[in-house]
Ligand binder design. Structure first.
Ligand code: C2O
Length: 578
């Protein structure tokens, strides 16, 4: 049966008041416990089971049942979170757990034999998690390395870390919040199971406020609305469903492409938002596993314009008027929608027409309507926010690459077996746990090139750094890939690595107007070289909080943020050295 549209109000994600803990002077302290609880995704469905983070609120545990509460941080004021895993020891999506992932591909001997994950468990099934603050400027110990996982019964991954004493089913992570006001998000990042853990609900928002933002005439309070946009499949008994078989025999439960058909916003399917005829600040997160959104606002027969004022890492230099916006998985957009003077009764639909997958759309799973914005309330008071075109935001100074450093190249490949079935994706044709090959020096600024030889666009995400998009350039992907693969089959002799330049085609293209700013995720299009500029700094230790000093070499990771992809090898560590 089709779900009725726009019958549930979009929930406001709860925001707990931070505790002050004697052990962490000068920091805001939260405890976030992961639990499985009932959650109703839609009025006409029974409550199903979902996963979420629960905070301690004044009146008891605070959470929806799905997703997590929004943490609100002040710039430069540390936040300490004790994350606890009280999930069941059987996964909510147990039939889709694929323990063959990681270093278990045809032609490559599994290491260790049988694949990587099961070796670590005395018995399966089990549920391993590790939280990561996406976009945060934090020490490696608090970054949530994929192999720093922990289970409800207290098993730990090989690089488990906690900055302070924790019970076996916990970690304590400390976040610096030393960055511009913006919207980050926290989510699960555990090896080979992230796609299922986030799908089940392990994600939440983390807002950073600062004095500059405080001084801007922006819509606030009820008129600032954070929205987590996701695609999901729901069963008739109200639960989440996810495919439990895939096209490749090597990873029988893994799917290179997954797209849900039901839009879920802050946990409700096809919700509506009651609004006043005034300006709103929408804080959008694409929290889907793999689906890109190309968003627009349908208002009668027209597209209502809106203003982009910020990206992943904070405010833009100036507002940008748009009629549509591409938002890749994990990316955020800070948007002003001006409904001043809009007649009562107006219904605006948030629409999406991004192809699946991006850009060629050869596996179409459309999800055109997301939610409804209803001008249904009388103005509750004067609108003190400024018209968006009159906002003066924060300068974004272009990063200057350090003179004389070579560009680092990251070749994206989609690998197939002899029958054309997808086996895994890769960066530089390495596995996640191959030795580190990239060692940027602290204090330097580098150019990285994503050379995408696959057929899909990939949202590439780098931990720790808010970077800038430099430019893009097409290249002859087929010819370059052939040369690259033959070089690999020769054992990668350093002297004969194929040079990219002869394969480049056409002009250097500047970033899109909507990409000029601070980003932690960038879309790498197929047959295109995508260049970004990154400055490498390490967060200083947090005063009074043990275990927050970043030691050299400091290990971080980068990966494609399509969760099905990052779960299958398109993820690599890199290290900052002194
Ligand atoms: Cu949003 Cu490595 O993560």
């Amino acid at each position: 049966a089709r779900l009725a549209k726009y019958v549930d109000a979009v929930p406001r994600l709860p925001s707990p008041v931070p505790q002050q803990a004697a052990a962490y002077p000068g920091a805001d302290y939260y405890e976030l416990t992961m639990r499985q609880r009932p959650w109703r995704f839609h009025r006409d469905l029974p409550a199903g089971q979902a996963w979420g983070f629960w905070a301690l609120g004044a009146g008891g545990p605070m959470g929806l049942g799905y997703l997590g509460p929004t943490l609100v941080a002040r710039r430069d004021r540390p936040v300490v979170v004790r994350y606890r895993n009280e999930l069941p020891t059987t996964h909510l999506l147990q039939s889709a757990v694929d323990v063959t992932l990681w270093r278990n591909v045809p032609g490559v001997p599994p290491d260790p034999p049988g694949g990587r994950m099961p070796q670590n468990f005395p018995s399966l099934p089990n549920v391993w998690v590790v939280p990561h603050l996406h976009g945060g400027f934090d020490s490696p110990q608090s970054d949530g390395h994929p192999e720093a996982w922990f289970t409800p019964d207290g098993l730990h991954g090989p690089v488990y870390a906690t900055v302070d004493g924790a019970r076996p089913n916990e970690v304590v992570y400390a976040y610096t919040s030393r960055q511009h006001a913006t919207m980050l998000w926290y989510h699960d990042h555990a090896m080979a199971i992230t796609r299922l853990n986030i799908y089940a609900g392990l994600a939440g928002l983390y807002l950073i406020r600062d004095a500059f933002e405080d001084g801007l005439p922006l819509p606030r309070g009820d008129f600032e609305v954070p929205l987590i946009l996701q695609d999901r499949n729901l069963t008739s008994d109200g639960g989440l469903s996810y495919p439990d078989r895939g096209p490749t025999p090597y990873h029988p439960k893994w799917n290179p492409n997954f797209f849900g058909t039901i839009p879920v916003v802050n946990g409700k399917a096809y919700p509506y938002l009651d609004m006043e005829p005034r300006r709103y600040r929408l804080r959008l997160l694409n929290g889907s596993n793999q689906r890109f959104f190309h968003l627009w606002f349908q208002d009668g027969g027209t597209r209502r314009p809106f203003w982009l004022i910020g990206t992943d890492g904070g405010l833009r230099a100036a507002p940008l008027r748009l009629t549509s916006l591409l938002l890749g998985p994990a990316m955020r957009a800070d948007v002003i929608l001006d409904l001043t003077g809009v007649p009562a009764g107006t219904r605006i639909t948030m629409m999406n027409d991004a192809p699946t997958p991006l850009p060629q759309g050869d596996k179409p799973v459309p999800m055109p309507e997301i939610m409804q914005l209803r001008v249904s309330k009388a103005p509750s008071g004067p609108d003190r926010s400024a018209p968006p075109d009159r906002l003066s935001l924060r300068p974004v100074t272009p990063l200057q690459p350090t003179h004389g450093l070579p560009r680092r190249q990251f070749v994206i490949t989609a690998n197939r077996d002899a029958h054309g079935k997808s086996t895994h994706l890769a960066i530089n044709q390495r596995f996640f746990d191959d030795p580190v090959e990239e060692f940027p020096k602290v204090g330097t600024t580098e150019i990285w090139e994503y050379i995408n030889t696959s057929g899909d666009g990939h949202p590439m995400h780098v931990h720790l750094v808010q970077f800038q998009v430099l430019n893009r350039q097409r290249f002859d992907s087929k010819a370059y890939l052939a040369a690259y693969k033959s070089w690999i089959s020769q054992g990668r002799p350093p002297a004969s690595k194929p040079v990219l330049a002869p394969y480049l085609k056409g002009p250097v293209m500047p970033p899109g107007a909507d990409e000029v700013g601070w980003q932690d995720t960038v879309v790498a299009y197929p047959a295109v070289v995508t260049r970004i500029v990154l400055r490498f700094e390490l967060p200083p230790p947090i005063d009074g909080i043990p275990g927050t000093r970043s030691e050299f070499p400091a290990t971080y990771i980068q990966h494609c943020h399509m969760l099905e992809h990052e779960d299958n090898e398109i993820m690599r560590p890199w290290q900052i050295i002194s």
